[in-house]
Design a protein around this ligand. Structure first.
Ligand code: S3P
Length: 428
């Protein structure tokens, strides 16, 4: 797909699709609840559709209506053995969270996904789940999918996770629903807490100690179907925040975006960089805070992004690297080695592609260093079929000289069907 720079500012309003993390969890917890869960503003991206297909195969009836998803839950112990293997597509969240659920069933399941999923580390969930008593085999003995999971009686554990990962935390807490006692997870820094918030709203007994980054779950709750309105995904809004900041004469209003503090690190970093963002219309929807974001063109400065901030903006680091190219001075991203094990190695993908556009960017062991202020040139970009890389470069292309060609651009379907149309709608 070919992109060119634009000469006028971005103007207008938009509503980004529903939050990907929350959409996955709505399907999963709705499936384990008694009664019907109704979900509006559900993200119909390929990743969340993978979650729907997996739960359908586990015997859950899920209706896709025009304006909502209806999940007819089976209760905590009502899933059925699937007739074949479960396809988790490109979705790490589906693969890891469902593994926690499957560990506590009375049947055996095989999970597999695409080439990216087959190279992502699953040892991080296999280890704690085995510690609880689960039987999980990496069929190629490489710590990756395909995984064969045989349900077993589980014991509650206190797990100190070496990584701040909501996927690891959630897999262990979900297995904890089936354990014989309390299950706790302590992380080195607080990762997104959508599982804790939503499980509690379904009726689970959850205890959180933010000061020690610990979350615990009591076993065998009665989960009851809920009405959920999914907030706009801040990870999707991030591309429009960046675009409005870097394109002169822009003013964009992004409506009803989730601003959960464990997800909204980008807002803090943007503020530190001097971005002109105003939060309006703040409210709370089913335990998740939301706001409209008014973003105007900004004169940006470099910053340091590190430490406990990293898990709160992990998926936004590629687009922040693009913003850093338009900032005065140096931006340092560190403590972010997790970027190497996302849908692609995002350190390599950003450094290779931004360098091709003429940016001054260096890879480090756990991040990147960007020296802002160099004009970007159009280039051929390899998205590595990673949705966040493709969207980041569609934004970079808005301010690059000449044409930018993004290979594999349609991979944005994973998290944002209609992304290019929405971006275009702001430039007319
Ligand atoms: C997610 C957690 C994050 C994030 C991913 C979605 C989730 O992964 O990168 O896109 O929904 O729990 P990790 O938990 O592995 O950091």
């Amino acid at each position: 797909m070919i992109f060119t720079s634009i000469s006028q500012g971005l103007k207008g309003e938009l509503t980004v699709p529903g939050d990907k993390s929350i959409s996955h969890r709505a399907v999963m917890f709705g499936s384990l609840a008694q009664g019907t869960t109704s979900v509006t503003h559900f993200l119909k991206g390929a990743d969340c559709l993978s979650t729907i297909q997996c739960f359908r195969k586990l015997g859950v009836s899920i209706e896709e209506k025009e304006d909502r998803l209806l999940i007819h839950g089976k209760g905590l112990h009502g899933l059925q053995e699937p007739s074949g293997w479960l396809d988790t597509g490109n979705s790490g969240t589906t693969t890891r969270l469902i593994s926690g659920i499957l560990a506590g069933q009375t049947f055996s399941t095989t999970l597999n996904g695409d080439a990216s999923i087959q190279s992502r580390p699953m040892g991080r969930i296999i280890k704690p789940l085995e510690h609880m008593g689960a039987q999980i085999i990496s069929l190629r003995q490489n710590g990756c999918a395909p995984l064969q999971i045989t349900g077993a009686p589980l014991q509650g554990i206190s797990y100190a996770s070496p990584v701040a990962s909501a996927q690891v935390k959630s897999a262990v807490l979900l297995a904890g629903l089936y354990a014989d006692g309390i299950t706790s997870v302590t992380e080195p820094a607080l990762s997104r807490d959508h599982t804790e918030r939503m499980l509690e709203s379904f009726g689970a007994r959850i205890h959180v100690q933010p000061e020690t980054c610990t979350a615990s779950v009591e076993p065998d709750p009665v989960l009851l179907g809920q009405e959920i309105r999914v907030p706009g995904d801040i990870s999707s809004a991030a591309y429009f925040i960046a675009a409005a900041c870097i394109v002169p004469n822009s003013e964009v209003l992004i409506r009803q975006v989730g601003i959960n503090p464990t997800r909204a690190g980008i807002l803090q970093v943007c503020k530190a960089m001097g971005a002109d963002i105003t939060l309006v219309n703040e409210s709370s929807k089913e335990g998740e805070p939301v706001a409209d974001l008014l973003v105007r063109s900004s004169s940006l400065s470099g910053t340091v992004i590190e430490g406990a901030m990293i898990p709160t903006l992990i998926d936004e680091l590629p687009i922040l690297a693009v913003m850093a190219c338009f900032a005065k001075g140096v931006t340092i991203i560190r403590d972010a080695a997790e970027l190497k094990v996302k849908e692609s190695n995002r350190i390599d993908a950003m450094v290779e592609n931004l360098s091709a556009m003429g940016a001054q960017i260096t890879a480090t062991e756990d991040g990147m260093i960007v020296e802002g202020g160099r004009a970007l040139q159009g280039a051929v970009i390899d998205s590595r079929l990673d949705h966040r890389i493709a969207m980041s470069f569609a934004v970079a292309a808005l301010q690059a000289l000449g044409e930018t060609k993004i290979k594999g651009a349609s991979c944005v379907e994973i998290s944002y069907p209609g992304f290019y149309e929405d971006l275009k709608s702001l430039s007319v």
